[in-house]
Ligand binder design. Structure first.
Ligand SMILES: *[C@@H]1O[C@H](CO)[C@@H](O)[C@H](O)[C@H]1NC(C)=O
Length: 144
């Protein structure tokens, strides 16, 4: 009995203590980022009367304001966290029109974008179109 107690205190406890002290075993955010995605926001308008002004965010990021002319795109790349809900949204403005779109959500867009690693959003006169291959488009939202 005594020997076992000593064994625990002298051998096992220091090992356990050591494990918890080792910095490499500390929680590392980036190890939980398995899949990477690129989100493309495209000006799919058929005229250059006004630029498309976009401003994208996540809970951790402000990707800044960008003006896109016809056929131009803004894209960003990120790693989706395994255990957390990833959410990116963009405020889109065209002349006096304004709309906020969820461009990437875990369990929604991620399901489709997973196949190609890409989400495409084409902003047009009549609304917002979504694609995961830049070829087949589905209208997802109206401006109003
Ligand atoms: C998407 O398709 C357009 C039109 O065919 C092309 O110009 C553009 O380069 C493509 N973008 C990507 C990222 O594949």
């Amino acid at each position: 009995m005594h020997n076992r107690t000593h064994f625990f205190l002298l051998i096992i406890f220091p090992i356990i203590f050591q494990i918890f002290q080792t910095p490499t075993l500390a929680f590392d955010e980036d190890k939980f980022r398995l899949f990477t995605y690129t989100v493309h926001i495209i000006n799919g308008l058929n005229n250059n009367d006004n630029p498309l002004i976009i401003h994208c965010y996540s809970n951790d990021d402000d990707l800044g304001e960008h003006a896109l002319w016809m056929k131009n795109e803004f894209k960003f790349l990120f790693g989706e966290h395994m255990f957390k809900f990833t959410h990116f949204w963009c405020v889109m403005r065209l002349g006096l029109k304004k709309k906020t779109i969820d461009v990437f959500r875990t369990g929604y867009e991620s399901v489709y974008c997973h196949y190609t690693g890409n989400c495409f959003w084409s902003t047009r006169e009549d609304g917002f179109y979504f694609s995961n291959d830049n070829e087949s488009w589905l209208k997802r939202y109206e401006w109003y």
